[in-house]
Design a binder for this molecule. Structure first.
Ligand code: NAP
Length: 270
């Protein structure tokens, strides 16, 4: 049946109601071929060869409720997204060289940042923790599942970078100690010098927002869960604007993952 034929059926039922519309509610799941095509379309930009003039690629994600919250006011975010959203997150980890989180996320969630819900290698884990706020017994420091780069405040010395990375924790002073937001360029410079090219900024809201407002995000995946929290921590916090002409309007591709709606946003033209 075509959409126009379906619409004619709806109009017919509207004017001559009977019980036949009950039969319409048969689920028609997307075929495997449709899902495979969607997956290829979503991930092609994340695995393409990087052009010579683009040394690194940054993909960021935000898992949020319908009202744009990423956690309750007390920092609980597990789980806003459903299983399909989580699998998607693990797939992005699996195609990234590095997965990066801020100290707020690492402290609140004690994440592992490994690939468990998909096949593929674990990325290098990067923790932006200027003031060494994340407790030493958290998984990133103790589980040995992958290298963890612990980026802290201090004078940067490129000569002290390890020549190879193996599972373990590497503390790297490289961030300025000033008040206010970190400079994400300082972070990318270190990762570039370690040969890490595909960077996945997984959270939280402040860290993703900092990369976004610096114009450093190439691709943003916003996973929207059909949930209204009504209060809590905001997804994006960007400098105030007066005119909507100044809002970010990336090219968007929307994909229904099942448990969540994915907005695949392309900032490459910005
Ligand atoms: N739903 C999701 O997708 C998702 C994903 C991740 C996290 N979360 C939730 O989000 C919450 C944490 O998010 P968050 O936004 O508060 O923290 P965050 O982005 O993880 O980390 C923010 C903290 O990291 C440091 N930081 C890193 N980059 C910064 C920047 N550009 N500007 C300022 N500070 C920066 C600051 O700590 P210093 O002062 O120590 O430098 C700051 O306090 C948690 O409740 C977590 O559960 C949700």
């Amino acid at each position: 049946m075509t959409p126009n034929q379906a619409w004619e059926l709806i109009l017919q039922q509207r004017h001559h109601p009977d019980h036949s519309s009950d039969d319409w509610l048969v689920e028609t799941p997307a075929s495997d071929a449709d899902r495979a095509a969607e997956l290829l379309q979503l991930f092609a930009p994340l695995v393409r060869a990087l052009p010579a003039n683009q040394p690194q690629q940054v993909i960021a994600q935000m898992g949020q409720s319908l009202d744009g919250r990423i956690a309750t006011i007390t920092g609980k975010s597990r789980y806003i997204n459903g299983e399909d959203g989580l699998i998607h997150l693990h797939r992005i980890r699996a195609v990234s060289d590095a997965v990066l989180v801020g100290s707020g996320t690492a402290s609140a969630d004690n994440p592992r940042l490994t690939v468990r819900l998909a096949t593929g290698p674990n990325p290098v884990r990067v923790l932006v923790d200027r003031h060494r706020r994340v407790p030493a017994d958290h998984h990133l420091f103790t589980d040995g599942a992958a290298p963890t780069l612990h980026l802290v405040a201090g004078r940067y010395n490129p000569a002290s970078l390890p020549s190879t990375l193996s599972a373990g924790v590497y503390e790297i002073p490289c961030l300025s100690d000033e008040e206010g937001p970190i400079d994400p360029r300082e972070v990318l410079r270190v990762l570039d010098q370690l040969g890490l090219k595909r960077i996945f900024v997984e959270g939280g809201g402040q860290t993703v927002s900092t990369f976004l407002s610096a114009g450093l995000v190439d691709r943003l995946h916003v996973l929207v869960s059909p949930m209204i929290i009504g209060s809590g921590q905001p997804a994006f916090s960007l400098p105030e604007i007066d005119s909507l002409a100044d809002a970010l309007r990336p090219r968007a591709n929307m994909v229904n993952l099942g448990s969540d709606m994915l907005f695949d946003l392309d900032f490459s033209g910005h």
